[in-house]
Design a protein around this ligand. Structure first.
Ligand SMILES: C[S+](C)CC[C@H](N)C(=O)O
Ligand SMILES: N[C@@H](CCS)C(=O)O
Ligand SMILES: [Zn+2]
Length: 335
């Protein structure tokens, strides 16, 4: 008897073992003219310019993304309340983030039906959930250092309502992004279990030094927490320099059997106080061709880009992975 595959496993099978995620969402919003210098960051556009959100999703689909990550990274009910909105309105905006991505995916898929040999996979929609640090909007998703009173229960309280609303909005996946400490990973796992969430989810960590997550916790400790949670269908790293990715894939493979997700930023560094990207050694789009092939070879199952990457980066990744297919066993078993 075959075991039923979840949406993520099906996608990985359709994509030959390695699927493409989209790129920097906020980055492309800004490139199209949005001003997101705000505590809500990219989620501000859920209020001010939902059409632009859909346009960014469309551009990533055209570039070859198999997974769209929604605009909810920094969208929270408390964040919306501080803009003078009601809880109800906040919940509607969270739902809107999923709806916009689903509409873009469905429109794109309908258009493709006119071209029988289009070569695209139908994309999945992953509802984004940023960390408590992202909500603070002080750059602490890259330090992992929260105030001492931010204990496990407080982090669960922070994540509870948004998780419920986004899960009920009908995404294919949940994407916990740039989680900076193991306490928050534990809070998320506890909530997924308590709420009996059955949507395949991934948790990705950020890293500044390539050896630990920002708080100093080890990847081993973090993965031990995630390995026990069935809802977590993939684990990985995002918004981290491409420099560290290959080494981290090997590190992950030592400690987990779950599929591995990598979507680094360009290598630039975010100054959380100045709210600016600092010039540093960074990777241009062309370098992502070879990088993506290397990461797939090393064992990554989902590859994309995070901040400061664009649809062009994703097109480079998608083309590289399509042109140079790798041998894939008939059945993949991640258990
Ligand atoms: C991934 S960072 C660049 C997002 C923005 C940050 N949370 C802030 O608002 O400062
Ligand atoms: N999904 C978010 C991640 C920021 S680290 C974005 O791409 O804007
Ligand atoms: Zn990022």
């Amino acid at each position: 008897m075959g075991v039923t595959k979840n949406a993520l496993e099906e996608l990985l099978e359709r994509a030959g073992g390695c699927a493409v995620i989209d790129g920097g969402f906020a980055t492309q919003l800004e490139a199209l003219g949005a001003d997101i210098n705000d505590p809500l960051w990219s989620a501000l556009c859920l209020i001010s310019n939902p059409d632009l959100i859909k346009k960014v999703h469309m551009q990533y689909l055209e570039a070859g993304a198999n997974v769209l990550i929604t605009s909810s990274y920094q969208a929270t009910i408390p964040g919306f309340l501080s803009k003078g909105l009601s809880i109800d309105e906040g919940e509607q905006l969270l739902q809107r983030s999923v709806k916009l991505a689903i509409e873009a995916r469905d429109n794109f898929w309908t258009l493709l039906q006119k071209c029988p040999k289009h070569g695209y996979n139908r994309a999945l929609v992953a509802a984004s959930l940023g960390s408590y640090g992202a909500y603070l909007a002080d750059g602490s998703e890259y330090s992992g250092l929260y105030e001492p009173d931010i204990v496990l229960d407080k982090l669960k309280d922070f994540h509870r309502q948004r998780l419920q609303v986004l899960a009920n909005a009908g995404p294919d996946l949940l994407a916990f992004e740039a989680i900076p400490n193991k306490l928050e990973a534990q809070a998320i796992v506890d909530l997924l279990d308590e709420q009996k969430v059955d949507i395949p989810s991934w948790i990705c960590f950020s890293s500044i030094d390539g050896n630990h997550i920002p708080s100093g916790d080890s990847f081993k400790e973090c993965l031990e927490i995630l390995n026990n949670c069935e809802t977590i269908s993939a684990v990985g790293v995002n918004c981290t320099s491409p420099h560290f990715i290959d080494k981290l894939i090997y590190e992950f493979k030592k400690f987990t059997k779950k599929p591995i997700v990598v979507y680094p930023n360009s290598g630039e560094i975010w100054d959380g106080r100045a709210k600016k990207w600092m010039p540093s050694e960074c990777f241009g789009d062309a370098s992502f061709e070879e990088l993506a092939l290397t990461w797939r070879e090393s064992g990554a199952n989902l590859i994309g880009g995070c901040c400061r990457t664009t649809p062009n980066t994703i097109q480079v990744i998608s083309k590289a992975l399509k042109q140079k297919r790798q041998y894939v066993p008939a059945t993949m078993d991640f258990n």
